[in-house]
Design a protein. Structure first.
Length: 129
């Protein structure tokens, strides 16, 4: 990935994150907390991709993204530890929402998840520029 290409890819990922945030909010407002929780994870997923692309890192897995964001952004202090934990929690929530029949997501939980995802996105937008 070249310098200009890195920034272009990072910006595209931020736009994708913004779209996912709008989708999560729409699903939550329509009464679909499971779908909202799943889409909220993709907000932080794409925002994380943007962060990593901005420094020339191309992750290969969802778990790899979590590890790399921790290593390159949380440990150095660019992102708070709370945002690092949020990334991990939303990844687990997405898996539960999509695959675990007994998982329960309330409207309140969906709203809190979306609020966290929006905070994560705002922090990454400041870092990517």
């Amino acid at each position: 990935m070249t310098g200009p290409n890195r920034l272009q890819n990072a910006i595209a990922e931020l736009e994708r994150a913004r779209t996912c945030l709008a989708e999560a909010r729409t699903l939550e407002q329509a009464g679909f907390p499971y779908g909202a929780a799943s889409r909220a994870y993709y907000v932080v997923f794409h925002a994380s991709q943007a962060l990593l692309f901005s420094v020339g890192i191309e992750p290969r897995t969802h778990r790899g993204i979590i590890s790399l964001v921790g290593e390159h952004f949380v440990k150095p202090g660019a992102l708070t530890p709370e945002l690092g934990r949020l990334l991990s929690r939303l990844q687990r929530d997405r898996e539960d929402a999509d695959y675990v029949a007994g998982a329960v997501f309330t409207a309140t939980e969906a709203q809190e998840t979306i609020t966290g995802a929006a905070s994560f996105l705002a922090a990454t937008e400041q870092l990517v520029g």
